[in-house]
Structures are given as C-alpha cells and as structure tokens.
Write a protein that binds this ligand. Structure first.
Ligand SMILES: [Zn+2]
Length: 83
C-alpha cells in the first residue's frame, strides 16, 4: 500500500506526535502532566512531583531511601516512546 504523504513531508519535513498525559495525583488530587514510562506511581496511580518530593523529605528524616524521580518523569512523551 502506498503511504500518502502530506505536503510538509513531501518537502522533507518529518511529522512527529507528542502525548500529554494528565491525571489526578494519587495523593493530593491535583491534575498534572507526566511521562507514563517514568512517573513515580503505585498500582498505576501516578504521583505529582510536589507529593513525591514531600514524601522524600519524610523518608529521609526517617532514615529511609528517598524515591528516585526520573529526569523525564514530568515531561511530555513522543510517539516513539509510546509505541
Ligand atoms: Zn500530588
């Protein structure tokens, strides 16, 4: 099957898609944007940066290891990462 190209593609451009994933935080309920592959979550419930950082302060005070936050945890995702 022949792929139909857009005018933009026919002039050498590349079309990429991006995904903005948003959910309510499992702790505070605020809506936030995140990368589904990297956001800290528990049972597929994501947590916002503010809540994870707050929890980490308490964890450190209790002598526990803080949860790591991936550098892209709250970024948008491009289409290739979600395929
Ligand atoms: Zn939160």
């Amino acid at each position: 099957m022949r792929k139909v190209r857009t005018l933009y593609e026919s002039k050498g451009g590349v079309i990429m898609g991006y995904a903005f994933m948003t959910s309510r935080c499992g702790m505070c309920g605020s809506t936030f944007t995140y990368h589904p592959n990297y956001v800290p979550s528990l049972n597929n419930v994501p947590f916002c940066r503010r809540c994870v950082e707050s929890a980490n302060i308490i964890r450190v005070q209790q002598g526990l290891t803080p949860h790591s936050i991936h550098p892209r945890a709250y970024d948008i995702a491009n289409e290739e990462e979600l395929a």
